[in-house]
Design a protein around this ligand. Structure first.
Ligand SMILES: NC(=O)c1ccc[n+]([C@@H]2O[C@H](COP(=O)([O-])OP(=O)(O)OC[C@H]3O[C@@H](n4cnc5c(N)ncnc54)[C@H](OP(=O)(O)O)[C@@H]3O)[C@@H](O)[C@H]2O)c1
Length: 247
């Protein structure tokens, strides 16, 4: 992926990792469009920055995605990068029967969201020079956190989907997986200050260094992520699973 001169759409760009990536890519000389459900946080993201644009979109709404895709391509015909970053994480007790609303919401947002966004924009992207799709998975795609079972599963599924997409789009669109480790954001209550999680600025600096490599790694994994990503291939899966889950 080029480091500058792109037109990049970042879903979930109103807060957290999406907002910080949008700012870093904007600083590097890219036009960036941020989307999310909350106009106020999107407006905060773009405030005072020319070439950074806010558009409301709920990635769980297929009709809204279709309308948005037509609108964004008309307004930004140079759009060449889609970053599927919007996501939600809920802890779940799965040992007894429960309301499956959280499970359904995570699957619809974290898995169907990127699938639908990709479908809506893939034909446009395939016609662009230097096109890329960046899917934001998680270190938890590789070693599950027991208290977040459906979340882990959506990210493992997105990892799998991304591998197939990479082959399907070879030669037309570069497909990159961005797998963050635990990062201090508000994705779960209290996480923005949780010890042991990477400060957001540190995570973004490490990530932008990896995006500066030529070619861009197919999987953008900072050192904290590699601890999880490589657990199985390095023969320490059981220990890593036990350590992550304090078993
Ligand atoms: N922080 C971590 O430790 C960590 C680790 C691994 C992976 N990740 C992944 O990184 C991505 C960003 O997470 P984050 O930590 O930056 O959390 P965050 O601050 O909560 O950001 C998530 C963003 O997604 C947006 N969003 C949620 N549901 C949406 C929907 N239906 N339609 C459109 N936008 C929606 C939210 O905005 P609205 O609510 O305004 O829509 C929010 O801006 C997620 O995919 C997450 O799974 C995070």
């Amino acid at each position: 992926m080029k480091t500058s001169g792109n037109t990049i759409l970042v879903t979930g760009g109103g807060t957290g990792i999406g907002r910080a990536l949008a700012h870093a890519w904007h600083d590097a000389g890219n036009v960036v469009i941020v989307t999310g459900r909350t106009l106020a946080s999107l407006e905060e993201t773009v405030a005072g920055r020319e070439g950074l644009h806010a558009m409301v979109l709920d990635v769980t709404d297929p009709a809204a995605i279709a309308a948005f895709a037509a609108q964004v391509v008309a307004r930004f015909p140079a759009l060449n990068v889609l970053v599927n970053n919007a996501g939600i994480m809920r802890y779940e007790e799965i040992g007894t029967a429960r309301d499956l609303g959280d499970a359904q919401a995570m699957i619809t947002t974290n898995l169907l969201g990127p699938i639908r966004m990709t479908d809506a924009l893939v034909d446009h992207l395939a016609g662009q020079a230097d096109a890329a799709i960046v899917n934001v998975s998680s270190g938890l795609a590789f070693v599950p956190l027991v208290i977040a079972p459906t979340y882990n599963a959506t990210k493992a599924a997105l990892h799998s989907y991304t591998q197939s997409l990479r082959v399907a789009l070879a030669g037309k669109v570069e497909v990159i997986e961005l797998a963050p480790p635990g990062v201090q954001t508000d994705i779960t209550p209290g996480q923005a200050t949780r010890e042991g999680y990477l400060p957001l600025a540190t995570y973004i600096a490490q990530t932008m260094d990896l995006f500066a490599q030529v070619p861009t790694p197919a999987e953008v994994c900072v050192p904290n992520t590699l601890f999880l990503r490589n657990a199985e291939r390095e023969g320490r899966y059981e220990q890593t699973f036990a350590m992550l889950n304090r078993l």
